[in-house]
Design a protein around this ligand. Structure first.
Ligand code: ADP
Length: 226
């Protein structure tokens, strides 16, 4: 098998709650190759966000390691982890987190500018992505002038602005009505398929989950087939 984009090797993570230890991930193993879209379906509180934070290098595991495109991330400095996060990982959340005072286009340009791309290049790529997500006509609008589905499509365009290898999404359509969810998911799916991204998508929506390549859940701190 080709080298996975994301690999979790015996990853453990627990939180202290009072005097008790709440074990969320327990020697959890997982591999996600390029081009695969995996749904993570588990009840609220099961640890989906924790898993995505650890996989996305936002949190360090207590034990085990996260391997991104062959790089073991445990021994890297915080700065090195931030660089990987910025260049190789895209995040989409339930709420769009777009910057309210900037247009859709500027929001998608921003991560590219932070990375050091020239303004014209960043604008070109941002426009392409917005067109691809079918919100090109709304490029000059601020987030407050967009519908919930449009906001999420802009947020997805922003997440992939730096052409990451891995897309992590935490309930990306959790805030949308079923029809809009389906429409946003279709655009997300087309983007993942076209770019060959590896995607791990937490969702409560079983219908959307079934459209992905594989559905997994969290059971006793392990990732297992759903
Ligand atoms: P999910 O995303 O599946 O709803 P989470 O990963 O957010 O689950 O949380 C899993 C469990 O860990 C929950 O019981 C939550 O209260 C607990 N938890 C999450 N983050 C922390 C934290 N920083 N400190 C203590 N407990 C936490």
């Amino acid at each position: 098998m080709a080298q996975p984009v994301l690999e979790l090797k015996s990853v453990s993570r627990a939180y202290e709650q009072g005097h008790k230890q709440l074990v969320i991930l327990d020697q959890c193993d997982f591999a996600l190759p390029a081009g695969e879209m995996v749904a993570l379906v588990a009840p609220s509180g099961a640890g989906k966000s924790t898993l995505l934070h650890v996989a996305g290098l936002l949190e360090r595991p207590d034990a085990g390691d996260v391997i991104l495109n062959g790089t073991a991330c445990g021994r890297l400095s915080d700065d090195q982890r931030t660089a990987i996060r910025r260049n190789d990982i895209g995040f989409v959340y339930q709420f769009h987190h777009l910057l309210p005072e900037f247009s859709a286009l500027e929001n998608v340009m921003m991560p590219q500018l932070v990375r050091g791309l020239a303004k014209a290049e960043a604008a070109d790529r941002a426009m392409q992505l917005l067109d691809y997500m079918k919100v090109g006509k709304r490029a000059e609008h601020r987030p407050s002038e967009l519908s919930g589905g449009e906001q999420q499509r802009v947020a997805i365009a922003r997440a992939v602005a730096n052409a990451p290898l891995l897309l992590l999404a935490d309930e990306p359509t959790g805030n949308l009505d079923p029809t809009t969810s389906s429409y946003v998911f279709e655009a997300l799916e087309a983007l993942v398929r076209k770019s060959g991204l590896a995607a791990l998508i937490a969702t409560h929506n079983h219908q959307l989950a079934r459209r992905m390549d594989r559905v997994v859940t969290l059971d006793d701190g392990r990732i297992v087939p759903a």
